[in-house]
Design a protein around this ligand. Structure first.
Ligand code: MN3
Length: 205
């Protein structure tokens, strides 16, 4: 997908993730926040026709080579566009509770066990100060990195492919969880679409 970027549709209803993520939060998150990043990304790129054939992922991967006057706008809003597009892909109602196959083996190699991976990811999400994301990201060699970024920064900006992300901005959970970010993180594990994450991992190699 290239300019003009369009807000992707959710693959499920706003209330499909209840009780873990409530319908009102999903509606605002998708139709207001994600829509806002999308329109602001388009606005940043409007006068730069030479960039109109580039994917948002490609723009983030080469963020340092973009014109200085739009670098911040693409970093924040291109990041917001791409990060939320991924987020809606990797959460779903009623998925498998754990990965299988190559992804399961890579997680075990990186962390020792699935439980240890979950603890490490949850810790990254819980300790990110302020707004940001927790990530499971893959290198082109198949290695995995578990960490967090600030604001809308993407693993693409450091040459990694994000395959699982958790939004820990307050707008992602505040209506239902208020200040209880750890409860939101715990609930997230009920929603991970491991088939989608495995597909992204296979494509990243
Ligand atoms: Mn968000």
């Amino acid at each position: 997908m290239a300019y003009p970027f369009q807000l992707p549709e959710l693959g499920f209803a706003y209330d499909a993730l209840e009780p873990h993520i409530d319908a009102r939060t999903m509606e605002i998150h998708h139709s207001k926040h994600h829509a806002g990043y999308t329109s602001k990304l388009n606005a940043a790129l409007e006068a730069h026709a030479d960039l109109h054939d580039r994917s948002a992922e490609d723009l983030l991967s080469s963020i340092d080579s973009l014109p200085a006057e739009i670098r911040g706008g693409v970093r924040n809003n291109g990041g917001g566009f791409v990060n939320h597009t991924l987020f809606w892909q990797v959460i779903a109602p009623g998925g498998a509770s754990a990965p299988t196959g190559d992804l399961a083996a890579a997680i075990k190699a990186a962390c020792g066990s699935f439980e240890a991976f979950r603890d490490k990811f949850s810790d990254a999400a819980g300790t990110r100060f302020g707004s940001g994301w927790a990530w499971l990201a893959a290198s082109s060699e198949g290695g995995l990195k578990i960490y967090s970024t600030a604001n809308q920064d993407s693993p693409l900006m450091e040459g990694l492919t994000p395959i699982l992300g958790l939004d820990v901005w307050e707008h992602a959970y505040y209506l239902n969880y208020q200040n209880r970010r750890p409860d939101y993180i715990s609930a997230f594990w009920n929603l991970v679409n491991w088939d989608a994450v495995a597909g992204l991992y296979a494509a990243a190699g």
